[in-house]
Design a protein around this ligand. Structure first.
Ligand code: COA
Length: 160
């Protein structure tokens, strides 16, 4: 049976931390679906189409990846896609409580789908999309933390 995993998130925008998780999990599964939520509680900086475009661009070398958008319950979407697993990154201890509760709830909704946690490379454990946007808006250097394509998109958006 084909092993399919979903990597869900808001990806506003995708960072090198996300990419690190994507590259490593794409080696663990036959197919990895990067599922971008269009219903985030957070007000998004980039539109859903812009976020999908950036992810598609920076993952285009990885053959077993699909990029999609989803809404509603993650477990319903995962079932629809015949996924066996959900991938989440665990950066710092403060991620744990939120991720633990989410994994438990998802497991109670669908026992057939496991959550798999990967820790990003140490270079990226302290970053988040909001922090990248904040540093960039204040003129700081974010080149270590996002691909050039994403950096260019942030710069264009800032000047709109
Ligand atoms: N590197 C860098 N940053 C990372 C990262 C990594 N490896 N992993 C996570 N982050 C950052 C994200 O950039 C984001 O930063 P921000 O808050 O500054 O934007 C933050 O960590 C949160 O991560 P994200 O992956 O976007 O998760 P989320 O908490 O926004 O999204 C969903 C969580 C979409 C998966 C969840 O809300 C969901 O499943 N929604 C569907 C509805 C549902 O099923 N609800 C019931 C769930 S039990």
């Amino acid at each position: 049976m084909k092993k399919i995993a979903i990597y869900p998130g808001t990806f506003d925008p995708i960072t090198n931390g996300h990419l690190n998780i994507i590259k490593r999990s794409s080696n663990l599964f036959d197919e990895l679906i990067i599922a971008v939520t269009n219903e985030s509680k957070k007000k998004s900086f980039f539109s859903i189409n812009e976020r999908i475009e950036m992810i598609s661009q920076v993952t285009k070398e990885i053959s077993n990846i699909k990029v999609d958008e989803f809404s509603g319950l993650l477990m319903n979407y995962a079932k629809l896609k015949n996924a066996n697993a959900v991938v989440r990154g665990l950066r710092v201890l403060s991620d744990f409580e939120y991720e633990f509760k989410m994994a438990m709830m998802n497991n109670s909704l669908n026992k057939r789908i496991d959550t798999v946690f990967l820790m990003p490379n140490i270079k990226y454990v302290h970053i988040s999309s909001s922090l990248i946007k904040e540093v960039s808006s204040l003129g700081g250097d974010i080149s270590k933390y996002v691909p050039q394509f994403v950096q260019d998109k942030i710069n264009i958006k800032k000047n709109e």
